[in-house]
Ligand binder design. Sequence first.
Ligand code: ZN
Ligand code: ZN
Ligand code: FE
Length: 758
Amino acid sequence: MERRRIAIRGIVQGVGFRPFVHGLAARHGLGGFVRNETGGVLIEVEGETGAVEAFLRSLEASPPPLARIDELSWRPSTPRGDAWFTIEPSEIAASDRIVLTPDAATCADCLAELFDPADRRYRYPFLNCTNCGPRFTIVTGAPYDRARTTMASFVMCAECLREYQDPRDRRFHAEPIACPACGPRLVFLDARGIAVEARDPLAEAIAALHEGWILALKGLGGYHLACAAGDEAAVATLRACKHREERPFAVMTADVEAARRLVAISPDEETLLTSRGRPIVLLQKRAKPRVAHSVAPGNPRLGVMLPYTPLHYLLARAMNGEPLVMTSGNRSDEPIVYDDADAIKRLSGIADRFLTHDRPIHMRCDDSVTRVTAGAEAPIRRSRGSAPRPLPLPIACPRPILAVGAHQKATFALGRQREALISHHIGDLDHYEAYRSFTLAVAHYERLFACTPELIVHDMHPDYASTRYALERSNEIPLMAVQHHHAHVASCMAEHGLAEPVIGVAFDGSGYGLDGTIWGGEFLVGDYRGFCRRAHFRPVALPGGEQAIREPWRIAAAHLLDAGLDFELLRARVSEQALAALTRQIERRLNAPLASSVGRLFDAVAALAGVRDRVAYEGQAAVELEWAAENEMASEPYPFALSGDPIVVDTRPIIAAVAAYARLNRGARVIGRRFHATMAEVVAQVCARMADATGLEKVVLSGGVFLNALLARDVLSRLDRGGFQVFRHRLVPPSDAGLCLGQLAIAAAADESRRINR
Ligand code: ZN
Ligand code: ZN
Ligand code: FE
């Protein structure tokens, strides 16, 4: 006989860990107890050594679905002769290490109950248990219990209370526990947002969808706009109503089989699709998918997600195999609508009907978006289902640090010790509503995780709203500014736990450079503590700044001028006056900042190749160039030149070759394919020179340009042939949405050296 005292840290509270341990101990015939403690769980077990060992093995091998064991340690203790195993009441003080799990998709047990006519929760849209259901979006404070969720106002019925208090029940301490007798209820509203007297609001909503109406649907992290995805008229109306919106819509299918009828799904992609976080996964469309053309016009891929709440299951299964369009309830780039009154104000005029309910959403949270690129996950947006799960930091924060991220695709991160708590997706801070959402979310995270920053790290760009936010708090909290591309590289390093110096390749649309110009085609050597810009693309004027981003022909014209070529290619599409005005603007350097941006170079090539001259969202021309090129056979790179120290990548020969091809009408497929190959060759050759000079062989790829899967594949295989060890983003997006992680790692390193030097 022996007794062991086992301490566990990680995500082990509010995830059904204690009842799980209880069951496991009982199965192995062990006595003892389990209880929650600050920052973890404490277990004491006693019994025969073999049984204790087996208990520990299965505990580590298969913890409950939502749990994550970060640390498990044990020491021997004196046997007390415990014959039974008990769950002891917890004494959790306000913790310095509060852990909160993301919202999780309905589990298999709950799903079975949902469709079991004999179950008391049959077809109840809000059923959940300790293994699934809402978490982050309904939590109002810490520690996590029902009183500090938006379920606080619902009084449990006797039956729910019994389950909640029974350690052997799957719903033991399931804080959002609910049933038809005591929990939230659906409400059906008309186009003006007035409640319609309906015996079965769900049936009304299903009928509305079948009739081709647009339904505003209150989900987990906000409102979606939904309609039948096969109904061209409904989808086109939805697109028209969402204003200037050309981005593809995502669809929800009832299950993987239904998804397979629309898209091809590899085993890795299926794993993502069915994961508990239930992200939108970008998948290759089948030849003739049965969805309306305007769901994702011109796009070879389709964003697909599976149901993640009981309500979604009920709706999706009622569609008889037809997918549902599910797009964020908002206009253009505004954050997703989550407040009921606000939803009616903003979405009436778009939605024909509303299906809502009386469980408030406390924190809005957009859907996550991800995909598989070259055999690994390449996240595009890390939000619902992932936030606020902490990521490990390579360096411990000596004191709590807030990293405020960038400006578009805003996210922020709180650093405490070795953890980065990365926020959900907040959106484009140009919108006042997004900025307000940003400030509220920062305050919420600080309160929720009892983490008051003692240092704020921000981008060097003086006009980022996040920088201005940091400045507003600079009276109380010291600030630190970090260069944009250094943060990109550090973000990818941090993901992989790299601490040694690396070659960092950061390609994006724009970031504030150390010399006041716009950077975005950068090769850095460095680590968290600092970097050196060893190579970059040739800076070219960006005439009109923002205007050039909206009208890529302007960037094409600037590149033609830079390469000493004429405007012949553009004359058919652009007026002589506009071209003359643009030339003057560049010559006199009037609002024509220099940019070494690879994102803009993609725009220029796309415009020259005839993809498009104007875009509805940043990078659209580059994205369409990728679509055009992705099925072409790999081809030889265009000529380019490298010279100087730092090395400058001369883009003039590339532009000359692209222009020559375009004049021969070679088309975007061929021009685009060669251009991608060229960029991979540039990366490989520059990295080879940097490796010769430094002896480094680890290359880190970051920046929004690497969302381009064709480019990522080309660069990976070319660097691989060059013998490099290549690291890319797998946990956070390569875009500015992942920037806060890099800022945090840099600040933690700087803060640590500061402490050591003092
Ligand atoms: Zn469940
Ligand atoms: Zn109940
Ligand atoms: Fe960036």
